[in-house]
Design a protein around this ligand. Structure first.
Ligand SMILES: [Zn+2]
Ligand SMILES: [Zn+2]
Length: 400
């Protein structure tokens, strides 16, 4: 692998911008990120053309793209989704399960393991998977198939964790057996998260004690003071939202596509949690880069139906059914509508998710020693070129 240097662009570091900076890479790893230095002639120069040199994005919560869903059960579907998101700047991805049968979850785990093991420079990285469905609360299943929802049982999830590929694990905190699930997920060194849940303050406190540290898509499919009033009556009680906002160790994520959350909620989440506890996720489904129309969320033959209007997904009941855009869109939207600085916005799409999942020694920022996962962005933050492990990613390459 030859040495490469990214030049003629603003380098985005975790806490600052370096104008007219330089990023040098050797054997797929970063050796210098900062001010320009003299380069030997043998180094291949990548001209950022006055744009930005950014770390590759990391997506903790993503279901599909380009017509495929991680739950489709084939390795080619997994590879298709990874490639689709790499075009939008995601260099490290955590394939995310939906609700489904044990057979479907097992197929999800084995096909993701297969593609992960085939990783080479220039191809998107699977850092692990997000076991998301099936352990949702019955009344918070959202756009997922209801038949595929169930309570956690050790006999089922122990085999999932034994696959060793799960790095993020979700369960609704009010389900019987949730605490045991969280304890095992913590032992397996996962980011432990609560989502699709109507849990109370006390249930969140018990979950926190068992290792839960993150809540999926803030404000979506989670409890609120009014939802708990319906569940328990008065006095009104603290919900998942207040728990996340008050507990400094808790992180969360937002779907910043402009359709799920209004600008004031994105600003609120950023100001309340800060860029080290707030992640940008796409929660994107298979309709990414596909024409408007009807699709299935989750497995291609049994998943629940939704409609994409080309901007966002809609469930038949009129609720949102996750996003249809990539991380490039989330970054641009967050930068446009909130007061977060550009390094902070990029951090929420790279270093923060890397730290929360324990992969920040390898990826997540442009720092010496890390993998050369690098994006060239233009001034409008459009993704122009994508490098993974120092090798350029080409979306049309066969068998990647
Ligand atoms: Zn969800
Ligand atoms: Zn989701």
């Amino acid at each position: 692998m030859s040495d490469v240097a990214f030049v003629n662009g603003t380098v985005i570091l975790p806490d600052q911008l370096i104008e007219a900076g330089q990023l040098s890479c050797q054997d797929g790893k970063i050796v210098h990120a900062g001010r320009s230095r003299r380069l030997p002639n043998s180094v291949t120069r990548i001209d950022a053309q006055g744009g930005f040199i950014s770390p590759g994005y990391i997506d903790l919560h993503v279901h599909g793209g380009d017509g495929a869903d991680f739950m489709d059960g084939t390795a080619s579907a997994v590879a298709t989704v990874c490639r689709a998101h790499a075009r939008h700047g995601t260099t490290t991805i955590f394939p995310t399960s939906t609700t489904g049968s044990t057979e479907q979850i097992n197929a999800f785990l084995s096909t993701c393991s297969e593609i992960k093991s085939q990783h080479r420079p220039g191809r998107p990285r699977i850092a692990g998977v997000h076991l998301y469905g099936p352990y949702f609360a019955e009344n918070k299943v959202g756009c997922h198939s209801k038949e595929g929802r169930r309570n956690p049982t050790p006999v089922e999830y122990t085999t999932y964790f034994d696959s060793k590929i799960i790095k993020i694990a979700t369960c609704a905190a009010e389900l019987p057996g949730a605490v045991e699930f969280y304890r095992m997920a913590k032992r397996k060194r996962c980011l432990v998260t609560c989502g699709h849940s109507n849990s109370s303050w006390d249930e969140m406190a018990a979950a926190f004690k068992a290792g839960m540290r993150h809540v999926d898509h803030f404000w979506c499919a989670m409890s609120s003071v009014p939802s708990l009033r319906q569940r328990f009556g008065v006095p009104m009680r603290g919900s998942m939202a207040e728990f996340v906002l008050m507990q400094p160790e808790m992180s969360t994520e937002v779907i910043a596509d402009g359709h799920h959350l209004a600008p004031e909620l994105l600003e609120f989440a950023y100001r309340m949690k800060g860029p080290e506890r707030l992640c940008l996720v796409t929660d994107c489904n298979r309709a990414l880069d596909m024409p408007p129309g009807d699709y299935r969320f989750g497995c291609h033959d049994e998943g629940s139906q939704f409609t994409s209007d080309g901007k966002v997904g809609w469930a038949p009941d009129g609720n949102l059914a996750s996003s249809v855009v990539g991380m490039d869109h989330m970054v641009k939207h967050m930068a446009k509508v909130t007061s977060a600085s550009l390094p902070e916005v990029i951090r929420m799409a790279s270093l923060t998710p890397a730290r929360r999942t324990g992969i920040d020694k390898q990826v997540g920022s442009l720092e010496k020693g890390k993998q050369a996962d690098v994006l060239v962005l233009n001034k409008r933050l459009d993704v122009k070129r994508v490098f993974i492990g120092g090798v350029e990613f080409h979306s049309n390459q066969a068998d990647s």
